[in-house]
Design a protein. Sequence first.
Length: 442
Amino acid sequence: MTPDTNSDTDDDTLALVAKRVDSGVAETEEITDLARAAGYTVVGEVTQVRQADPALQIGEGKATELAETVGRTGAQTVIFDNRLGPYQTYNLGQLLPEGVEVIDRFTLILEIFGQRAQTRKAQLQVELAELRYELPRVEAKVSLAKRDEHPGFMGLGEYDESRERDIKAQISRITDELAQIEQAEEHRRERRRDSGFDLVALAGYTNAGKSTLLRRLARDLEVDENEERHPDLDPTAESQDKLFTTLGTTTRRADIEPRNVLVTDTVGFISNLPHWLVESFKSTLDSVYRADLVLLVVDVSEPVEEIHEKLVTSHDTLYERNEAPIVTVLNKIDRVSEEELAEKREALSGLAPNPVAVSAREGNDVDSLLERIDAELPDWEEEHLVLPMTDDTMSLVSWIHDHATVDDVTYGDDDVVISFQARPAVISRARSRASELQAPEA
């Protein structure tokens, strides 16, 4: 157990991480990173390899060791990488010094989400996840109270039945409000498509470098001033090497001529999330599901076995509802040798048959990615329109200039001939508007 010497123990809450596995090795790197992302200073760890104990999650002897380690390190919080039931949490708390809090992995993730939530949508999603986490625990307490097995345990009684009804009502209210927000966002996406924009979504695990890649691809111009501005998008800001810097979605215009491309960064995936938590944030992933192209970003500096596992999970999530092509982006090539990169390409070829390798931080090979994006997006079509010279013709010509790539415009005495390239939706709209133009009477 090694104290975290990189943090300020005077400002942060001291925490001890704990993990139990059925077999193998109890890895604690991710839960430690999560704890630090939430603002904790990790001062030690306790691990165990054995079957779960129904009362304590870990064995009695290990629980005693946990309490002793808490006393020795002065930890104020114990964070379990395992999911704890309400009775396990209670029983562990009874063994620890007074005032020491016991939380599990999912409570920690919700805490991080709550710290990161800035927009109304993100705040609602956090609240929904918290309620879905609490509901089965309240339902279990109500069930025990009705059987009168533990009449005084943890406040069982009428209060819990009332709380159960209140939680269900709040879940219903939040779900309805999120549906309204998603409907408005879908209308905005459709307006963008109608305006000639291709929609590209960044997906992948948190800390893979999606926000850095977005900044690398994006122009300086903000697409919508009402949308959340991610701190990584400030021209002078440094990308943050920590988990969950992106909670809501951020959309930026990408520099891919001659296309008009919008790239959206979304909340990162994280391993071992329960269904109720994924469900609470599924509306965030709609930006991925409804894109024209998905860039699945992975950290190529991680062990190949870990990358493989993350790609499998990501594919399961993305292919559930996504119909757009998926391009795997092997990011952070500045952290690996050419030989290691080649070996990992070969090992991952079954899941990522034709990936693009880049360094978003250094800008290496980003041009190749831009070319790949252009190649994978829907092909543009060519159109040639002959428009009568009317009062509204110049308005349509201006609109085509804004939403397409114009190859030629010829102005005659009685008509305007315009040749351009654009998305099929833009061409359809231009044809419709052209048909509405009436030639002036002779």
